[in-house]
Design a protein around this ligand. Structure first.
Ligand code: G3I
Length: 348
């Protein structure tokens, strides 16, 4: 008698949800405990929240999530040690307070690069040491490949990259490996990992880093997807491709938007969504989880980027393109925490 999502998939992979600390109480806490055996912070473990000022670490919110995971015997994913977004700007200022990227003197540039990598090492080391007994999977770097590449390798030209090249990626992984628990796994995480040319750029980067001995254990596929995109075949090919490098795969931020791109026109409310749309979404979830199950020796975790349709970053995205109006509904629980057609398709 199957009663929960994580039980349904217990022979295949763990099932996770992204959470904000306020969701660790009440109804959401209840659903989390019943249906998921893994969690990840939606925001509070990002660099800007953990080290807003140099040397001033703020673990209060992050600790709440760690505690909840422990108390409920859940796995914990850490998101994310390094990112180009939600990173405090002090990282990239030299000792005089000038932007490192503007420096033209080669000697000073070299000094800046060393300083930035030192700061990165301190950030990673401090966090990983603190949570080494708690975290099972670390997103070490997030979104280092570009959607519309400016260079031949497809590397995102973030401030990190402009100052250090790919050294920031290496230092982050090496430092994380040095301090992480021995069973903890280190991931390179990105979106649109199924789609060309991004998939090939990511593959080439990971292969190159592995050849240099950089300790990468797996690829995190964010999977912010749509009902009709990308194709199941593309998703399968991508998992197989990275598995062929001997790597684990995790589905790290799954949500199935009701919309195409751009998300227009969007439904005004959840009630305005036609039943056929939710059915189509359920069929998509059915195909998706059938694929994950088929590839379960290559996938160790499937995490939804939220719990229920009352809290999703996709609403903000829909509203951004529709004059402030728009509701998305990407999950298997509706805004009142009732099960949706998609719930039954992943349970059957
Ligand atoms: O906490 C502040 C609050 O104090 C302030 O009053 C309010 C005003 O805007 O902002 C709050 O911060 C917001 C934060 O979410 C917490 O709600 C940020 O503005 C907002 O930008 C932030 O959005 C998050 C986004 O990452 C940031 O880029 C989303 O919740 C989060 O779902 C999203 O997650 C990302 C993954 O980390 C990486 N992959 C893509 C995914 C979706 O964009």
């Amino acid at each position: 008698n199957v009663v929960s999502i994580n039980e349904r998939y217990e022979d295949s992979f763990t099932i996770g949800a992204a959470v904000e600390p306020y969701q660790l109480e009440g109804k959401t806490a209840k659903i989390l405990k019943r249906h998921y055996n893994s969690i990840v912070a939606e925001n509070v473990m990002k660099p800007i929240n953990i080290q807003p000022e140099e040397g001033k670490f703020n673990f209060e919110e992050a600790d709440k999530i760690v505690k909840f995971a422990k108390e409920n015997d859940m796995d914990l994913r850490f998101h994310t040690l390094v990112w180009h977004s939600q990173v405090p700007q002090w990282f990239f200022l030299d000792k005089e307070g000038n932007q490192m990227v503007d420096e033209t003197d080669p000697k000073k540039r070299e000094k800046n690069t060393r300083l930035l990598l030192k700061r990165l090492e301190t950030h990673v080391k401090t966090i990983v040491k603190r949570y080494k007994d708690d975290v099972d999977s670390w997103d070490v770097v997030n979104e280092v490949i570009d959607d519309s590449p400016q260079n031949e390798k497809g590397l995102r030209e973030s401030t990190w990259y402009q100052i250090t090249g790919t050294d920031y990626i290496k230092v982050a992984f090496e430092t994380a490996r040095k301090y992480a628990g021995k069973d903890a796994k280190l991931y390179i995480n990105d979106y649109n990992t199924e789609v060309e040319p991004k998939r090939t750029y990511l593959y080439n980067l990971v292969k190159d880093l592995l050849e240099q001995g950089v300790p990468i254990d797996g690829v995190g596929h964010q999977s912010h997807i749509q009902i009709g995109w990308p194709s199941i075949q593309e998703i399968e090919d991508s998992i197989n491709l990275f598995a062929s490098l001997g790597l684990d795969n995790q589905i790290t931020e799954l949500d199935v938007s009701l919309y195409g791109w751009p998300p227009r026109p969007a439904y005004e409310t959840y009630e305005a969504i036609p039943e056929e749309k939710l059915q189509a979404q359920a069929e998509r979830y059915d195909a998706l989880f059938a694929l994950y199950e088929k590839l379960d020796n290559k996938i160790s975790n499937v995490t939804f980027w939220g719990i229920a349709d009352n809290h999703t970053w996709l609403d903000g995205r829909a509203q951004q393109y529709n004059n402030g109006v728009g509701k998305d509904a990407p999950f298997v629980f509706d805004p009142d925490y009732n099960v949706k057609p998609a719930y039954w398709s992943i349970m059957d």
